[in-house]
Design a protein around this ligand. Structure first.
Ligand code: UGA
Length: 437
């Protein structure tokens, strides 16, 4: 078996997962190759200026030692010829019917396998893109039994979270490798040798189970957030404190205290898409799964209720101008995909408010997603200028440093990300609301 410094790993697809995983493996000492159909992504990484924001990524790309092990190429054949193990990390967007669109994965696999076959190489291909349950085995079966075709394909789900992806990569809770072939397992597990020595479980299972692990994990987490948000609403209605309730529930180790933070709702490129695909899959199999089916519905209803809460409060006080702080689907990210904040901002505009918005990183992306009528400002104070109500929707740490004062236009602060100290705001003579009460 090759040593770390001899093993070369390729990534076909340079979005969040591909770029972060390439950087992670380079940190671990591997030589990595990255390719994307989108030449802008390749060029940006050759220039060490990624198009995505991920905490710590820029520093890794600028670290001369690590960066010397990272190669980005415009030609997929160049990558296939060089890599011992090739990860497929292309997107699997949601189709109109809610199912997962695997066309980019299929295209990537076909290009990789055709080159491997042409060159008589037996490199291992690891599908890391989230693919529907059963996809990998069906793809392998579709290759038939012809001699000379490389069939070294397995599926390995990724569990990285945006905003802490590099840290998650270096400190995984487990590594799942979906293959029934012991030698494929051994080669891929070898890449994670450093983790194994730290006691991280490296699990071998069939590809279909590995695919279900990914969907079930995201569905569990999404359901947990949806449930705590329903309790946050109930808590608000009956005058309880959801933070206190959540802390007490989480002390039961069967429930746990992670993903128990009430919010304006979950978003991002994963939870909505993955829950939708698994719901679609149950339906297409003719199986009734009301719980899975209700996760997205619960989240949508919660976002609507959050909008109503802001609207009611503003109407009650005769407010016309609302400043929104936080547009990304979560802090430490510039990603606005399926962001509840984008939806709430758009709905408030529809309801006739003057809406201004600010986000420390997501402004440029939000500009493309928000309706024209919403002004996006470059800093929080400009955004709050002339607004009578400030509502915080994404819990950026930097918002804690904001100085509010009575002399400005702001009368009400609605902190739906629970980042501010209500007492300090109240002491300024401003009305303060948060998601807790
Ligand atoms: C999620 C999973 O956590 C990762 O394990 C997985 O690899 C990834 O999807 C994926 O499939 O690629 P991510 O979407 O980056 O990661 O972000 P999370 O930290 O999971 O947050 C998802 C949403 O839930 C965000 O909108 C976040 O604000 C919300 N959330 C999370 C809450 O509202 N409350 C919480 O307590 C936790």
């Amino acid at each position: 078996m090759k040593t770390v410094s001899e093993t070369k790993i390729g990534f076909v697809g340079l979005g969040y997962v591909g770029t972060v995983s390439a950087a992670g493996f380079a940190i671990l000492g591997f030589d990595v190759y990255g390719y994307d159909l989108d030449e802008r992504k390749v060029t940006s990484l050759i220039n060490r200026q990624p198009l995505i924001y991920e905490s710590g990524l820029q520093e890794v790309l600028l670290d001369a030692d690590i960066s010397s092990r990272m190669h980005f190429v415009y030609d997929i054949d160049n990558l296939v010829d060089n890599a011992d193990v090739i990860f497929v990390t292309v997107g699997t967007p949601e189709s109109i019917d809610g199912s997962c669109n695997t066309s980019f994965v299929t295209q990537a696999l076909e290009s990789i396998l055709s080159r491997l076959t042409e060159r008589g190489l037996d490199s291992i291909v690891v599908v890391k893109s989230t693919v529907p349950v059963g996809f990998t085995q069906e793809f392998i079966d579709s290759l038939g039994n012809d001699e000379g075709i490389c069939r070294n394909i397995c599926f390995s789900p990724e569990f990285l979270r945006e905003g802490s992806a590099l840290d998650d990569f270096l400190n995984p809770s487990r590594v799942v490798i979906g293959t029934t072939d012991a030698s494929i397992f051994e080669t891929v597990a070898h890449l994670y040798g450093k983790y194994e020595s730290k006691g991280v479980p490296i699990l071998m299972m069939d590809p279909t189970s590995a695919e279900l692990v990914k969907y079930a994990s995201n569905s569990f987490l999404a359901a947990k957030v949806a449930l705590i948000n329903e309790f946050a609403d109930l808590s608000h209605a009956v005058g309880a404190n959801i933070d206190t309730v959540s802390r007490a529930i989480g002390m039961d180790p069967r429930i746990g205290n992670e993903f128990m933070r009430a919010s304006v709702g979950f978003g991002g490129s994963c939870f909505p898409k993955d829950v939708s695909e698994i719901d679609h899959r149950s339906n297409s199999l003719g199986i009734r799964h009301p719980l899975i089916g209700s996760i997205l519905e619960s989240n949508r209803a919660h976002i609507e209720r959050m909008t109503d809460r802001i609207d009611r409060c503003a109407k009650h006080q005769g407010i016309r101008t609302i400043s929104i702080l936080g547009l990304a689907f979560k802090p430490d990210s510039d990603d606005i995909r399926e962001s509840p904040a984008i939806e709430i901002a758009s709905k408030l505009l529809e309801r006739g408010y003057v809406v201004k918005a600010y986000d420390p990183l997501a402004g440029p992306n939000a500009l493309l997603a928000l309706p024209k009528g919403i002004e996006i400002l470059d800093n929080a104070y400009d955004c709050m200028n002339e607004a009578e109500m400030v509502t915080i929707l994404t819990g950026w740490r930097s918002f804690r440093e904001l100085k509010f004062c009575r002399s400005g236009s702001v009368r009400i602060v609605m902190d739906l990300a629970n980042v501010l100290d209500g007492e300090t705001i109240g002491a300024m003579g401003l009305e303060y609301h948060n998601i807790t009460e």
